[in-house]
Design a protein around this ligand. Structure first.
Ligand code: PHB
Length: 395
């Protein structure tokens, strides 16, 4: 159609509309037909690169299973590598919101970066689904009707392991982690349950994220001689820590326990150093869940890779988005209806079905797992339907 005809037609339409003969196309209707722009803000470089890729794979797998569309809208991705760098986070998220005009933000892995995303999402009332970062505040003090999390709070796996070790009768524990929200909060959750159960955290060791110079701290652990060590590390850092811990000869003398990220997506690289380790997490490799079986098959077929907890969280982020969109006919602007649908939903996750709390964090079983033949085998449920306390959330 040439430009003149287009203009003439548009003019005609507006005359008809003005005369009340043709209803003007509503914003919602226009939006429902447009592509759905998903802004993926994830780490594609650095110690968490593999985690970012797994999340994207999981998210895409769900969308592909729906024929590439959610509520009739074709899904289009805009991607930013956030490098797990909090100092660049506000600029990165603003690019997606203000330059690219995304309909929904999906991200990220690193808690510090996620806090910046939550702040911008709150200020601009943009829909945000967090597919990993556990920063307690995202569903605590920063909680909002337009912010959802498909993963966990840092408190959750830590708290579950605190209960496990206290019940086991372990008395003196040293902790070691990166000094930032994820490490601090995992240790805090652990300590809360462990000390309630009669244990004592005798030493808290830290190093800056994403450093992996563990030697001096391992020497300190050897000298302290705790009954056990509790840790949070993930990604490339977790690979090195588990290997260094074993190489220092500590694995046999001082049992190592962790939030399950320590051994998730990392087992091939960790090899024998990880064998036998116990961790707590909302996913395991041997769950007898029908949804998990189909998910694992499809994931392996599509990506020629085994899925991990991050892939599950990406998949479930897409499920949350689909549930909300279904209730709003694809209109992300209808925030209240979107939230009500997600709040009422039972999400059919590979981890087992879960619901979201009022603060929009998963209420979920935390499994006790043990590494056996390069798998995180489920040993049992450490804590059933664990609900993050959502401290500071007013919603
Ligand atoms: C976080 O920064 O919240 C974080 C990062 C990696 C994980 C888990 C939590 O595996």
């Amino acid at each position: 159609m040439d430009k003149f005809r287009r203009t003439a037609l548009a003019l005609g339409a507006s005359v008809l509309a003005a005369g009340g003969l043709l209803a003007p196309m509503s914003a919602a209707h226009a939006q429902a037909n447009a592509k759905l722009k998903v802004g993926l803000m994830l780490p594609y470089t650095g110690t968490y690169a593999a985690l970012g890729n797994a999340i994207e794979n999981g998210f895409r797998l769900y969308v592909t299973e729906q024929g590439g569309k959610l509520s009739g809208r074709e899904v289009e991705f805009v991607k930013v590598d956030d490098e797990s760098d909090p100092s660049k986070a506000t600029d990165n998220v603003n690019k997606l919101v203000k330059r690219d005009n995304v309909d929904v933000l999906v991200g990220t892995v690193h808690s510090g970066v996620a806090m910046a995303m939550a702040k911008v999402a709150k200020e601009t009332n943009t829909l945000l689904i967090v597919p990993n970062a556990g920063a307690d505040a995202v569903t605590g003090a920063m909680c909002a009707p337009n912010i959802f999390r498909s993963s966990f709070s840092n408190w959750q796996p830590g708290y579950a392991m605190g209960e496990v070790l206290a019940k086991k009768g372990v008395k003196r524990v040293a902790t070691i982690t990166w000094k930032y929200a994820a490490g601090d909060e995992a240790v805090r959750g652990f300590k809360e349950a462990f000390e309630k159960g009669g244990g004592t955290v005798v030493k808290e060791l830290n190093l800056p994220f994403p450093n992996v110079e563990f030697q001096a701290l391992l020497t300190d652990i050897a000298a302290t001689k705790p009954d056990a060590v509790f840790t949070f590390f993930a990604g490339g850092g977790a690979v090195k820590f588990v290997k260094d811990y074993a190489a220092a000869g500590l694995k046999k003398s001082i049992p190592l326990y962790g939030s399950g990220f320590l051994t998730d997506g990392t087992l091939d690289a960790q090899g024998d150093a990880a064998e036998g380790l116990f961790t707590t997490l909302h996913y395991a490799d041997s769950l007898n869940v029908p949804k998990d079986k189909s998910f694992r098959l499809n994931y392996a077929k599509t990506f020629k890779l085994q899925p991990d907890v991050y892939a599950v969280q990406g998949y479930d982020a897409a499920q949350i988005l689909a549930i909300g969109l279904k209730a709003t006919n694809g209109d992300v602007g209808k925030k209240a209806e979107f939230a009500a649908a997600v709040e009422a939903a039972k999400i059919d996750s590979p981890r087992g079905a879960f619901t979201l709390s009022k603060a929009h964090n998963p209420v979920q079983d935390i499994y006790l797992r043990q590494v056996e033949a390069k798998e995180n085998k489920m040993v049992g449920i450490a804590t059933k339907a664990l609900n993050d306390p959502a401290r500071g959330c007013k919603m």
